[in-house]
Design a protein around this ligand. Structure first.
Ligand code: BDR
Ligand code: CA
Length: 313
C-alpha cells in the first residue's frame, strides 16, 4: 500500500478527497493534518473528524496544523462556497473523537523520518503545513517520496483572482517554499480539476451508505455555489472535484497527462500575488521543478469517484 498523509482545510471537496483516500485499499493513510483555508482551523479539524466518523475510519489520527499563513493575515472563510459550517451546512454527527496533541508539522516530519522515501504528501489546502516542515528541516525533502498537491493554475484562469488559485493565493510564501524545496512535486491545478465535474445527476444515484445523506446535503450546496459563480452552460448542474483528483493521482498517476516545467510562485505582484508562473518556453531559464497536470482522462477519473464514493455514471 502507498503510504500517504493528507493535508486538508475540510470544505466539501476536501471531504470527498478524505472519503476517497480512507476508503481506498491501495492507500495507507498514516494521518490527516488540518489547516485554515476554506474554514478556520478548529472548523477544519472538526469537519475532518466528522468525515472520518461518517467513513467509519476514526482509527486514522488527525493532527491540528496552521491557523494562518506564514507571513500574512488569514483572509477569512468562504461560507458562500462551502457553507457556514464548511460542509455545505449538512448535518454532522456528534463528535466522539478528538485530534491528537502532537502538532501537524511535527507529525509530518516524524512520519517521513520513520518511513524515509516511502511517504507521499497530499496537500489539498494552503501549503502552510508542508512549508513549515521544510523550513524547520530542509533536509527532510530528500526523504519525501513525492508531494502531490491540489493547487495552482498553469495555463488557465485562477479562481480567487484572474490568475491565482485559492490554495496558492491563501499563502503564497508557503507555496513558494514548497516549489523551491527540491522535493518531487506533482501539481494538480485548475487546468485539470475544473474538468473533473460531479453533477446533480450523479448525486441522484448515490447508493445507500452511512455518508450518503451527508453527501447529498453537502454536495448540493457546493453545486449551488458553482452554479452562482460559473454561469454554467445548459445541461446538468455541476461542481468541480478539485481535491479528490489529487488523491486519485496518487493511486493512478496515469489519470492526468503531466509535463515537466519550472514553476515559480508570485508573492508580491499587486495583480498577480499567488500566481503559479509556469515557464513553458522552449529554453526555460531553470530546470523543471514540477510535473504539471495539463490533461485529464475525465471518464476514468469519474469512474474512480463513482466506484469509491458510490454513485452511477
Ligand atoms: C481549492 O480551494 C479550496 O476551496 C478547495 O477545497 C480546493 O482545495 C480549489 O481552488
Ligand atoms: Ca481544500
Amino acid at each position: 500500500k502507498q503510504k500517504v498523509i493528507l493535508d486538508v482545510d475540510t470544505g466539501v471537496d476536501d471531504a470527498l478527497a478524505i472519503l476517497g483516500a480512507v476508503l481506498s485499499d491501495r492507500l495507507d493513510v498514516l494521518g490527516i493534518t488540518t489547516s485554515f483555508g476554506n474554514v478556520d482551523i478548529d472548523t477544519a479539524t472538526r469537519n475532518t473528524l466528522a468525515v472520518l466518523e461518517f467513513a467509519g475510519r476514526t482509527d486514522i489520527p488527525v493532527y491540528v496544523g496552521a491557523d494562518k499563513p506564514l507571513l500574512r493575515e488569514w483572509q477569512g472563510p468562504v461560507p458562500w462556497i462551502h457553507g457556514t459550517n464548511g460542509l455545505g451546512d449538512a448535518d454532522l454527527p456528534p463528535m466522539r473523537t478528538l485530534a491528537q496533541d502532537e502538532p501537524a508539522a511535527s507529525f509530518i516530519r516524524r512520519t517521513i523520518l520513520e518511513h524515509p522515501g516511502e511517504v507521499t504528501l497530499i496537500p489539498v489546502a494552503r501549503m502552510t503545513n508542508v512549508a513549515s516542515v521544510i523550513q524547520f528541516d530542509p533536509s527532510i525533502v530528500e526523504k519525501i517520496q513525492r508531494i502531490v498537491m491540489m493547487g495552482g493554475a498553469a495555463f488557465c484562469p485562477g479562481n480567487v483572482t484572474p490568475v491565482a488559485e485559492a490554495n496558492i493565493w491563501g499563502d503564497p510564501e508557503a507555496a513558494h517554499i514548497v516549489f523551491h524545496s527540491g522535493a518531487p512535486i506533482t501539481m494538480v491545478g485548475l487546468d485539470v480539476t475544473m474538468q473533473a465535474r460531479l453533477t446533480t445527476r450523479h448525486l441522484e444515484t448515490l447508493r445507500e451508505s452511512p455518508y450518503a445523506a451527508f453527501l447529498k446535503q453537502a454536495v448540493s450546496f457546493y453545486i449551488g455555489a458553482y452554479e452562482r459563480a460559473q454561469a454554467q452552460e445548459e445541461g446538468d448542474r455541476w461542481c468541480a472535484l478539485h481535491d479528490p483528483l489529487a488523491v486519485a493521482m496518487v493511486e493512478d498517476p496515469t489519470l492526468c497527462e503531466t509535463r515537466e516545467y519550472y514553476v515559480d510562485v508570485e508573492t508580491e505582484g499587486r495583480l498577480t500575488a499567488g500566481m503559479t508562473v509556469v515557464d513553458a518556453r522552449k529554453t526555460p531559464d531553470h530546470r523543471p521543478n514540477a510535473s504539471v497536470c495539463v490533461g485529464i482522462d475525465v471518464d476514468r477519473f469519474l469512474k474512480w469517484c463513482a466506484d469509491r464514493i458510490g454513485f452511477a455514471l
